[in-house]
Design a protein around this ligand. Structure first.
Ligand SMILES: [Zn+2]
Length: 83
């Protein structure tokens, strides 16, 4: 990931990252331009989903099946066995 100094526009290095939550990280950066020497914090945040996680989808399906009454669960098992 490329970070640029907001003061002089030079490439900057990420020195340290501090993960605040699963969707938010603070990036501690320093400018690579010796005459600038700016050190600063950038924020990395989750924006939105383009394609849903397969893990989330299968977990969702599993939770829904668990919520079914036993007879409907059996019926679903029967239907799935025919796939
Ligand atoms: Zn700079």
């Amino acid at each position: 990931m490329r970070v640029f100094c907001p003061e002089c526009g030079a490439k900057s290095c990420i020195q340290k990252s501090n993960r605040i939550s699963s969707k938010y990280t603070d990036l501690y950066c320093s400018c690579s331009e010796p005459e600038c020497g700016h050190s600063f914090v950038m924020n990395l945040t989750y924006s939105h989903t383009l394609s849903p996680s397969a893990k989330t989808t299968s977990q969702l399906a599993f939770n829904m099946v668990q919520a079914l009454p036993p007879e409907q669960r059996k019926e679903l098992q029967h239907q799935l066995s025919m796939l």
